[in-house]
Write a protein of this length. Sequence first.
Length: 176
Amino acid sequence: MTLEADFLTTAADKLAENVARIETCLTELPPRCLWSRESENENAVGNLVLHLEGNVRQWILSGVGAGRDARDRASEFSARTGANASVLFARLQGTVGEAVNLIRALPHRRLAEEVSIQGYDTTVLSAIFHVVEHFSGHTYQIIQLTKRFTGKDLGFYRYLDKTGLKETSRRRGTLL
């Protein structure tokens, strides 16, 4: 596999993994908590889901894929109520699904192509990297908020029992 193919596969896989984690969170999150925030300086889970959908649509589907950019970024954060979790997730899943398909099919030569997105001049590679990093950061915020509201272990790393973790670290030469 080429470096370019590995980058695109890893980026698409990470977005898909994070969408699955958000789905777990939205399934566990009590409905009253979806739009809840402790202060005006925080975002509710609902806001974060809106924001992720808008960011992926703008940066990948529009910026890389040349789709129409009709994002209203301010409304992603100003909403205090809105759709329920299943509606929000369906929108996010649809957008990310389109983005994953676009990333997987992207010709490698396009990675160095210059694009302008949200007022930033960047490359297609940098735009994809930005989206994956950004998506991951907000996914972990959603995970943390879900844990805070539910008190539950969401089970994302249960497969790493202590024996398996120690064996993996030993093979990699890392310390726990």
